[in-house]
Design a protein around this ligand. Structure first.
Ligand code: C5P
Length: 239
């Protein structure tokens, strides 16, 4: 039996009200809430605070990527919202990630941690080749994981396919994994997907799941079913 949920529900909905309503409904089956660019730019960053008030860790998926000074300024603002994690693109480089981590740490009194976003789960090798990147997603994620660890990130966001490589090159990083699809659910725009159980077996600490829950006819049942499909190693009743 699972004793705690590794699911972070991605609340990619149209308004703060819808996001909070959805968060309250699925709360018994999830371990945290994620707000992404749509809500942060639409409803505004205050939506994160409304979710923090529900008592679970909140993940502001701001995907910061700019010069270090700008990123530090944005991270300081986000760090004051009470969120547990903020993301920045690891491709922004070590100095940028350091600036983000520092701004976040100062503003949150050390509570919030930075997650480095590696290669988006919607991107495949052909997309990388089209923009002149000859490396495979695996090779790129491995390089980015090293940079993120050196810069002091708490963790990394990567597809289930790159969990093993991150565990090898930077085992100290928390592994947060989108691109998770239960058996029989459509991939949407995600390219590099696996089932929740496969991602956990490959070492994911947290699974980020959006549309399979929020787009389901019955999101509460979908969230409960997803959680029931996962067996966390070492969480059996005898342990
Ligand atoms: O709806 P779905 O389960 O595909 O949502 C996945 C969530 O994870 C989205 O909110 C997306 O922004 C986020 N994400 C991702 N790939 C990354 C980083 C974040 O899909 N590399």
């Amino acid at each position: 039996m699972v004793t705690s949920s590794p699911i972070i529900v991605a609340l990619d909905l149209g308004s703060a009200e819808e996001a909070v309503r959805m968060a309250k409904a699925v709360a018994p089956h999830v371990g945290g809430f994620k707000v992404g660019l749509g809500l942060l730019y639409g409803a505004g960053p205050g939506v994160a605070t409304a979710l923090v008030d529900l008592g679970k860790p909140v993940f502001a998926d701001a995907k910061l990527h700019d010069i270090p000074t700008q990123v530090a300024a944005a991270a300081r603002r986000l760090g004051r919202l009470g969120v547990r994690w903020v993301t920045a693109h690891a491709s922004g480089g070590e100095e940028m990630l350091r600036a983000a981590q520092q701004g976040l740490g100062e503003a949150s009194g050390g509570y919030a941690g930075l997650l480095g976003v590696t290669v988006l789960t919607s991107i495949g090798p052909a997309d990388l080749a089209a923009v002149g990147i000859a490396n495979t997603p695996g090779k790129l994620v491995s390089k980015m994981a090293r940079v993120a660890a050196t810069a002091g990130c708490e963790g990394i966001v990567c597809s289930p396919h790159e969990l093993a490589v991150v565990g090898t090159v930077a085992p100290e990083l928390l592994r947060v994994t989108p691109g998770v699809r239960p058996e029989g659910v459509g991939r949407g725009d995600q390219a590099r997907v696996m089932t929740p159980q496969q991602a956990i077996e490959r070492g994911a600490d947290w699974l980020v799941v959006g549309r399979p829950i929020t787009g389901a006819a019955d999101p509460v049942t979908a969230a409960a079913g997803l959680l029931a499909s996962i067996e966390i190693p070492g969480s059996g009743e005898d342990d």
